[in-house]
Design a protein around this ligand. Structure first.
Ligand code: G4P
Length: 534
């Protein structure tokens, strides 16, 4: 699938220096804190501090929204771009809560690598595992950050073992922690032979970094107490014997992860992780389409929409389509071909998400994420090209696991409700089905919390209180097969039929028995729980 071999094409320097990645983790492991520190060291924000909201309230929001609301900085974007040394980083936000896994899945189609954050005391937690599985489907290279080493953590070997066992992934230590909890002193950088010390006095400052000639270098003795030093030497010797050394090829193929031990809140280990991304994470990778593979080095611009977000700025009611550029050098004002619509589209005010403000992008390169404000023409999965009819693969739509009917609190405002729901369907925040019989809408989601979020957004953004109500249906399936059979099926099952947001027929099910019956009685038809967006 991925081509990291020596015959990989040579990328223009602007593309080769780009690193586009996301952070995955279980809630509370420290993703927001780490994000904040990445932005701090990337010069995108001036100051970092503790994130304050607690529990559920925090988890339902995306990390960037959290940062915006709790730190008063404006980063309400799904991507942030910043310079780091010679590199250009594009950090793509993933929603925090497991109910938004579909959104997360799509976000992960837009990146070339991921950072997996785990809590040193808790190890690999359920959500980390789920998200990791998504990364594995795409063979995404993963860099691991074991956080909160300033607290009592598990034994280092135990953490590494757990990752190896539960994720079936080779783990190569990039650093080795020295002490833990109160005694946590820092780490030994195994790749660059440096002693990295944590600065306990200033949480936003990087501590001292001392280059050494290996662990027997006497200079280390001035910084590490004898007892900890003995343990460090012993453990590193064992690690070198028992654990694999970092192998870049294996990492790029998604079989091995380097691990850093740190403390995001103390800014410890963050720079090393960023250097790790710069040195090892891949430059923009080729992308598959229905007809061919598109290489980042290709001169013509291509890209696909992986996310649509509405009402980012309540004053403007705008809708922004987030596009991952897959090839070429994009210039503002370019006329691109909107493949699904079969029409040209002038991209005159693209947005690049820089530092604390959105900025108009004069140009952007393969690997970058640009935002295109639009009035609903762009949907998730849409391709933009310079003329070729490409369809990017692997951007699926999942069948909802929960369905509810939705009603406006005020029946006079049904039209507004239509508008609000259509918008959220286009954002990918919910599935919208129009039943063949009766009026109204059925909304489908993957996790129940999404209903609450939708109700609150409809109220806040459209001033419209709504109610969600039970329906007899529990899931929905897309139908494929010969057109005459589909037509006959639709006619025979009107009570179960609806159309989705694209106008495609959907069969609504009550029980597994419904699905079994269709499979038995309509052997030419196929019911599917996922639909490729195009
Ligand atoms: P998340 O986005 O993955 O959900 O995690 P977030 O960064 O919000 O961090 C969760 C909690 O862990 C926060 O505590 C944060 O300050 C703390 N934290 C993050 N990194 C470190 C670290 O390196 N060391 C320690 N000791 N704590 C860290 P909080 O906001 O006070 O909330 P809580 O502790 O009440 O959950």
């Amino acid at each position: 699938m991925r081509d990291h071999g020596s015959n990989a094409p040579v990328l223009p320097p602007e593309i080769a220096r780009r690193r586009t990645f996301a952070i995955i983790s279980h809630p509370d492991a420290g993703k927001t804190t780490l994000t904040e520190k990445l932005l701090l060291f990337g010069g995108a924000i001036q100051m970092a501090g503790q994130v304050r909201a607690k529990g559920e309230a925090r988890r339902t929001r995306s990390d960037f929204m959290k940062l915006e609301q709790e730190r008063g900085i404006s980063v309400s974007a799904s991507a942030m771009s910043f310079e780091y040394g010679k590199n250009w980083f594009n950090l793509v936000d993933t929603p925090g809560h497991e109910d938004f896994s579909e959104d997360t899945y799509r976000t992960l189609t837009a990146v070339d690598a991921a950072i997996m954050v785990i809590d040193g005391a808790k190890g690999v937690e359920s959500q980390t595992k789920k998200l990791f599985e998504v990364c594995r489907l795409r063979d995404l290279p993963i860099l691991t950050f074991c956080n909160k080493m300033d607290r009592e953590s598990r034994d280092t070997f135990e953490i590494i073992d757990e990752i190896q066992e539960s994720l079936a992934l080779d783990v190569a230590p990039a650093s080795w922690p020295i002490g833990m909890g109160r005694d946590f002193l820092g780490a030994y950088d195994l790749i660059h032979d440096r002693l990295e010390l944590m600065d306990r006095a200033d949480r936003n400052k990087r501590g001292q970094s001392i280059a050494l000639d290996g662990l027997d270098d006497p200079r280390i003795e001035a910084h590490v107490p004898t007892e900890l030093l003995g343990k460090l030497r012993e453990e590193v010797e064992m690690a070198r014997e028992l654990l694999p050394a970092f192998d870049k090829q294996s990492f790029l193929e998604g079989h091995m992860t380097p691990i850093w031990f740190g403390s995001a809140i103390n800014s410890f280990g963050v720079k090393e992780l960023m250097d790790g991304i710069a040195e090892n994470a891949p430059a923009p990778q080729p992308r598959l389409t229905a007809s061919r593979q598109v290489g980042a080095e290709e001169k013509r611009v291509t890209g696909f929409v992986f996310k649509v977000q509405a009402n980012m700025d309540p004053k403007h009611r705008d809708r922004v389509a987030f596009v991952r550029l897959c090839s070429g050098h994009f210039m503002r004002g370019m006329k691109l071909h909107h493949v699904r619509a079969g029409k040209p589209m002038a991209v005159s005010n693209p947005v690049l998400f820089l530092a604390s403000e959105r900025e108009i992008a004069e140009d952007a390169w393969a690997g970058d994420i640009i935002g295109i404000p639009n009035h609903g023409q762009l949907r998730i999965g849409d391709a933009l090209t310079e003329g070729e009819d490409l369809r990017f693969s692997g951007i699926p739509s999942f069948a909802p696991e929960l369905l509810q009917a939705v009603r406006a609190g005020d029946p006079m405002k049904a039209k507004h409700l239509d508008k609000a729901l259509t918008q959220f369907a286009e954002e990918g925040a919910a599935k919208l089905f129009k039943p063949a019989i009766g009026s109204g809408w059925i909304v489908g989601v993957v996790g129940s919390l999404q209903f609450d979020v939708l109700a609150s957004r409809i109220e806040i953004e459209y001033g419209l209180p709504v109610r969600f109500e039970q329906t007899q249906f529990t899931s929905a399936r897309w139908i494929s097969g010969p057109q005459d059979k589909i037509d006959a099926f639709v006619k025979a099952n009107r009570g179960h039929m609806a159309t989705d947001h694209d106008g495609d027929p959907v069969y609504m099910t009550r029980l597994q028995w419904d699905i079994d019956r269709v499979e038995r009685d309509w052997p030419e038809l196929r019911l599917s729980a996922t639909k490729e967006t195009h």
